[in-house]
Design a protein around this ligand. Structure first.
Ligand SMILES: C[S@@+](CC[C@H](N)C(=O)[O-])C[C@H]1O[C@@H](n2cnc3c(N)ncnc32)[C@H](O)[C@@H]1O
Length: 333
């Protein structure tokens, strides 16, 4: 269950001491998830891992190559999308890029391409630049998530395996017969997983990046959800006045955290008199969840809509002391 929901810290091993099993995790899963999995009582503890015992291959192999004063800079995690691995490469580790890339390939047998990030994520299409540090220069790949296949080119479209828990969590809530608008669909993970899981659902998947739209169409076809997902290319503002005119949704998914507040009024025009918005934004420490909630309430203060927060979660860190936050919001007119 932890593996499926992307909580498992794969670069560390599970260890057993007497009757206790220590399972390395990235963060504590929500209690309701543990309960749903039939795990009555689970204690999340912090355990100091003995050096060399549980930290697996990738980091420990690198520690042999990289001078000891640079060890704190060794990446502790990497993103794997299909056969492509993506790592952070701090400038101090540049001279060791090749060794790092080779080590990633040696310790992850499915990886054929290792890329290092060379820029921040850029608006509006949320793309970054990468350089190849090992393997073949083939950045189009097929990524598998919860039984669906997604063709993506990491240089041309946004995709993050760190959102897999959210793809699953949100699509699991969507009921039979609902109408859903996925305003910033990318290559389609929220939309396609939703369609795969329901017999009858109407999903509108929108993206302004022509490359993302083209992969979205391919992914709809290979996952055989053509009858349930309508893909639309263009800026959401423009589509609201054209293709989406008259659409009233039970839910709107807003996965564009950098501009969430700006687009919230548009999302509300798509919603039925009572509906849910799955909302993502960035918020700073301390209390990022409270800050995100306050910002939403301020944004809709004079709109006539009442907002209730049904669920809030820190999804992933996005910058120092800044989090990507998920809020499930029920709006009522
Ligand atoms: C964070 S990515 C979405 C990722 C996707 N939901 C997923 O889970 O993989 C945001 C997407 O919004 C698209 N986008 C940005 N501005 C847009 C706009 N004004 N209208 C429609 N799509 C937009 C970008 O091209 C990008 O693919």
């Amino acid at each position: 269950m932890l593996k499926e929901h992307a909580f498992l810290k794969r670069e560390m091993k599970i260890s057993v001491e007497g009757e206790l099993a220590f399972i390395p995790i990235k963060e504590a899963p929500p209690r309701n998830l543990l309960n749903n999995a039939g795990l009555g009582y689970v204690n999340v503890v912090e355990k100091i891992v003995e050096a060399g015992k549980t930290i697996q291959n990738f980091t420990s192999a690198l520690e042999k190559v990289i001078p000891s004063k640079l060890k704190p800079l060794i990446p502790r995690s990497l993103d794997i999308i299909g056969h492509v691995a993506i790592v952070e490469l701090p400038p101090e580790l540049e001279p060791y890029a090749e060794a790092l890339g080779k080590t990633v390939m040696e310790t992850h047998r499915n990886v054929k391409t290792v890329l290092a990030k060379t820029s921040q994520v850029d608006s509006p299409f949320r793309l970054r630049k990468f350089k190849l540090i090992s393997g073949i220069d083939q950045t189009e790949t097929v990524h598998r998530e919860f039984g669906c296949r997604f063709v993506v080119d990491v240089r041309k479209v946004y995709f993050s395996p760190r959102l897999s828990f959210e793809h699953d969590r949100v699509s699991a809530q969507i009921g039979e017969g609902e109408t859903v608008v996925d305003m910033f669909a990318g290559v389609g993970p929220f939309s396609i997983l939703t369609a795969k899981r329901r017999k009858k659902v109407k999903v509108y998947a929108i993206d302004a990046n022509p490359e993302a739209y083209s992969y979205l169409l391919r992914n709809i076809a290979i996952n055989k959800v053509d009858s349930k997902v309508t893909a639309l290319l263009g800026d959401i503002q423009r589509l609201l006045e054209k293709n989406l005119r008259g659409v009233k949704a039970d839910r709107v998914i807003m996965n564009l955290p950098s501009e969430a507040f700006r687009f919230l009024p548009q999302a509300l025009t798509l919603l039925k008199a009572e509906g849910i918005v799955h909302y993502y934004c960035f918020a700073k420490e301390p209390n990022p969840l409270e800050k995100a909630e306050e910002e939403v309430k301020k944004t809709v203060a004079f709109s006539g809509w009442k907002a209730d927060v049904l669920y809030a979660r820190r999804v992933k860190p996005s910058a120092p002391r800044t989090w990507m936050v998920a809020l499930d919001l029920r709006f009522t007119l």
